[in-house]
Design a binder for this molecule. Structure first.
Ligand code: FES
Length: 267
C-alpha cells in the first residue's frame, strides 16, 4: 500500500522569516551583525580620524601602517585610506564575512531553513557582489601586509624619539604594553591571512598528484598546515578584527595623553 506523504513547502516559499525551526536561530546572526557594525564601524571612523594622534614614540596604530610620510599633506586625505586599499577588499570579499553579512545584514537568508528577504537572489553573477569573485587577488595584496605589520610590531621595540610631549625619554631597545598589543595584532592578522580559503586553494589546488615530486610534496605539506588553520578561519577573522580595533584605540589613548603606557623608555 502506498505511504501517504505530506508535502511541506520550503521556508523561502513560505515567506520572509518563515521557518519550521524551533531553536533561537536568530541569536547568532543578530550578534554577528551587531559585532560587524561596531568593529567595522570603528575602523571606518578611525581612518578619517587622522587629526587625533595615532602614533607616539615607537608605536603607530596598525590602521596607519605602513606610515606614508607626507601622504596626508600631498593628497589631502587620511594616509589610512591609502593603506587600507589592500585589507578592506580582502575582508569585504572574505568567504566567512560574505556568509556573515548575507545572513545578518541582507537577511538573504537570515539562517539555514529560514525564509529569505530577497526573491531575486543572483548570487555573485551581478554587480556589486560580482566583485567577491576577486577575493584571490585581494589575498595577494593582503599577503604583502603580513610583513608590513610585523615590521611595525618589531619596530615598536626600538624608540628613536628623545623628546615625547616635551619630556626627554630613553631611546634604544625596550618594551612597553603597546609593543605587546602590536605583536599580538601582527600575529592575529597573519593567522587570518594564512587561514584564507583562497590561499589554501592557491597552495594545494589544481594538483592531480600530491606525491609526484618534491615540489608537490612540499605543497601538500603546506596545504595540510593551512587546512588546519582554515578550519578556524572564523576564529581568526573575529580575533584579528577585535584586536586591531583594541590596538588602534589603545595607541590613540596613549598618544593623546588619556592613559599612560607602562614601558622601559619612560614616556
Ligand atoms: Fe576569509 Fe580569504 S576566505 S580571508
Amino acid at each position: 500500500m502506498a505511504r501517504a506523504e505530506t508535502a511541506v513547502a520550503s521556508p523561502h516559499r513560505l515567506g520572509f522569516f518563515a521557518t519550521l525551526r524551533g531553536d533561537t536561530w536568530w541569536v547568532e546572526p543578530a550578534l554577528t551583525g551587531f559585532g560587524m557594525l561596531v568593529f567595522f564601524g570603528w575602523l571606518t571612523v578611525s581612518i578619517f580620524l587622522d587629526k587625533w594622534a595615532f602614533e607616539i614614540g615607537p608605536y603607530i596604530s596598525p590602521v596607519f601602517e605602513p606610515k606614508l610620510f607626507g601622504a596626508k599633506d600631498s593628497v589631502f586625505i587620511s594616509p589610512a585610506l591609502i593603506v587600507l586599499v589592500g585589507p578592506i577588499p580582502f575582508r569585504a570579499t572574505c568567504y566567512y564575512y560574505r556568509r556573515a553579512y548575507y545572513r545578518s545584514w541582507f537577511l538573504s537568508p537570515p539562517a539555514c531553513a529560514v525564509g529569505d528577504a530577497s526573491r531575486k537572489y543572483r548570487g555573485e553573477t551581478a554587480l556589486p557582489f560580482w566583485f567577491n569573485n576577486l577575493h584571490r587577488f585581494a589575498m595577494y595584496i593582503a599577503l604583502v601586509f603580513v610583513p608590513i605589520l610585523w615590521y611595525g610590531a618589531l619596530r615598536s621595540f626600538y624608540n628613536s624619539d628623545e623628546i615625547i610631549d616635551g619630556k626627554a625619554v630613553e631611546t634604544g631597545f625596550g618594551i612597553g604594553l603597546g609593543s605587546v598589543f602590536l605583536v599580538v595584532n601582527a600575529f592575529l592578522l597573519m593567522m587570518y591571512t594564512f587561514s584564507c580559503h583562497s590561499l589554501r586553494h592557491w597552495v594545494g589546488g589544481g594538483l592531480n598528484c600530491f606525491s609526484c615530486s618534491a615540489w608537490t610534496r612540499t605543497r601538500k605539506r603546506l596545504w595540510d598546515r593551512i587546512t588546519v588553520w582554515n578550519a578556524q578561519h572564523r576564529l581568526w577573522a573575529w580575533t584579528s578584527l577585535i584586536w586591531i580595533v583594541a590596538t588602534d584605540i589603545y595607541i590613540r589613548l596613549v598618544a593623546n595623553g588619556n592613559i599612560s603606557d607602562p614601558n622601559t623608555w619612560g614616556f
